[in-house]
Design a protein around this ligand. Structure first.
Ligand SMILES: Nc1ncnc2c1ncn2[C@@H]1O[C@H](COP(=O)(O)OP(=O)(O)OP(=O)(O)O)[C@@H](O)[C@H]1O
Length: 455
């Protein structure tokens, strides 16, 4: 499809803040130029961002090139320095991409739109790569045109246009761009497909890229419908008194295909990549179908699924969780707990902490220590936390993770407001300070930040 400003503009909204992900390469050079044209005619707010991966010696020169180009356009450019070195078992491509997307996500404000320059040929290559990996429908859906991304949205406005059209546009406008020499390295699967496979296919099927991209669109539509179906299953199987965990009985009543669908959605909604099919089946067989032995668990690179009594729990790997951590808290703004979600506190009707005691005391947050005891509101006598946790059926591995809010050094509330100390609890019929604990940010990885959907 010929790349014209009018066609490109459709779907971009005046008054919105767009941030162009600018690598300095051909595709994003064209994207930046087009976005500047759109700014000229329709008054969008525009800035650009370049990620400096800090790996290749040429990275400094690329950043300088991007800064010079952005200056010529009169566009503000953020340069983000990230550590793109691969971790154990991670490919260099994936490490750089993950670091890049994490830093871009952190830059966005609510409502901002990050625009990236993937195009039709990228989409076709992604589909082929996914097929060769044996991906399921979600992987074959490849890249969506727009998807939630951190607090904002990731938008790919060039997805309808082919590489040839993009190159023609760049030449026509005499744009300058950087050629990344690694794009020629056929050790990388994507480069191999782009340089060897696609040209061969195009000899026989000239519309191969457009057709593959169309298939990706069909898969995306079907995957969207399945997600809706999975959400219905998830709503019925979620344990009523412990959101985030699944009721094993409800899962057992489902057909195995539905169980797999449900497990994949459950895992993905927590921001984790789904384990391979074999492992998913082990989870079904050993944690759902079989009568539970003592708290069985199955782990993969991203987390662990555990069964405790008649519940299934999902625990993301949280290397940064530290049980000896402690901090002072104003109680006014939300508090982030490293590797353990966050706390917030607000006045609400119902059981909670007496607002006067809350305001006049010094608030700190910590985790469980040996010998901790509590007299729960409405009960007589002090009890060891271990006993209270056991009594509530709290799985052993979650016990050390319950944040403990103290006032003047004495325990006031545990696990949000799940346990309240009688000495600090307000009248349960009144308005009190209710502390809420959100153990993990809930997000759907089938957005822009799922590595499986990005080139
Ligand atoms: N270092 C970077 N800084 C900012 N954005 C980037 C960077 N690398 C890639 N992007 C964005 O992500 C998109 C997809 O990345 P990919 O690695 O596929 O880039 P590419 O195909 O080399 O594109 P380009 O020709 O723009 O470099 C790019 O089009 C660009 O918008």
């Amino acid at each position: 499809m010929r790349l014209s400003l009018d066609g490109f503009r459709a779907g971009l909204h005046p008054g919105t803040t767009y941030r162009v992900a600018f690598s300095g390469g051909l595709d994003s050079a064209v994207l930046l130029d087009l976005m500047c044209e759109v700014r000229r005619v329709s008054g969008i707010r525009l800035s650009a961002v370049h990620v400096h991966h800090g790996i290749l010696p040429a990275a400094d020169a690329w950043s300088r090139h991007c800064a010079a180009v952005a200056k010529e356009y009169g566009v503000a450019l953020d340069i983000l320095r990230v550590d793109g070195r691969p971790g154990p078992g991670e490919s260099p491509e994936a490490a750089a991409r993950n670091a890049r997307y994490r830093s871009l996500e952190a830059l966005l404000n609510p409502g901002d739109i990050l625009v990236t320059a993937q195009h039709l040929d990228d989409q076709a290559e992604t589909l082929l790569l996914q097929l060769l990996r044996g991906a399921g429908l979600a992987g074959l859906a490849a890249m969506p045109k727009a998807a939630p991304f951190g607090p904002g949205i990731l938008h790919r406005p060039l997805l309808r246009y082919g590489r040839r059209d993009i190159l023609a546009y760049a030449r026509n406008k005499s744009l300058r761009w950087i050629e990344d020499p690694s794009n020629r390295d056929e050790h990388y699967d994507r480069n191999f497909i782009r340089r060897r496979i696609m040209p061969e296919l195009a000899v026989r099927w000239p519309a191969v890229a457009a057709n593959l991209a169309r298939s990706a669109g069909h898969c995306a539509e079907a995957a969207g419908l399945l997600d809706k179906q999975a959400d219905i299953l998830l709503a019925t199987a979620t344990a009523a008194d412990e959101p985030g965990s699944l009721d094993v009985g409800a899962v057992q009543r489902l057909h195995p295909d539905e169980q797999r669908l449900l497990l994949r959605r459950w895992i993905r909604k927590r921001g984790l990549r789904v384990p391979p099919a074999k492992l998913l089946d082990r989870i079904r067989r050993e944690l759902i179908e079989t009568a539970a032995e003592h708290a069985p668990a199955i782990a993969w690179t991203e987390g662990t699924v555990r069964r405790y009594r008649h519940r299934l729990y999902l625990l993301p790997l949280a290397a940064d969780f530290d049980a000896s951590w402690t901090a002072a808290w104003s109680g006014e703004t939300p508090l982030t707990l490293a590797g353990n979600g966050g706390l917030d506190a607000a006045l609400r009707p119902g059981p909670g902490i007496d607002p006067d005691k809350w305001r006049s005391g010094c608030i700190t947050v910590r985790y469980r220590r040996a010998g901790d005891r509590l007299e729960p509101a409405g009960r007589k006598g002090h009890h060891e936390l271990k006993k209270l946790f056991q009594e509530a059926g709290l799985p052993p591995w979650l016990r050390d993770r319950q944040p403990i809010v103290c006032i003047d050094g004495r325990i006031a509330a545990i696990g949000g407001s799940r346990w309240l100390a009688s000495e600090f609890a307000g009248c349960p019929e009144g308005v009190n300070i209710v502390v809420r604990w959100t153990p993990e940010p809930v997000m759907d990885r089938r957005n822009g930040s799922d590595a499986a959907t990005q080139p």
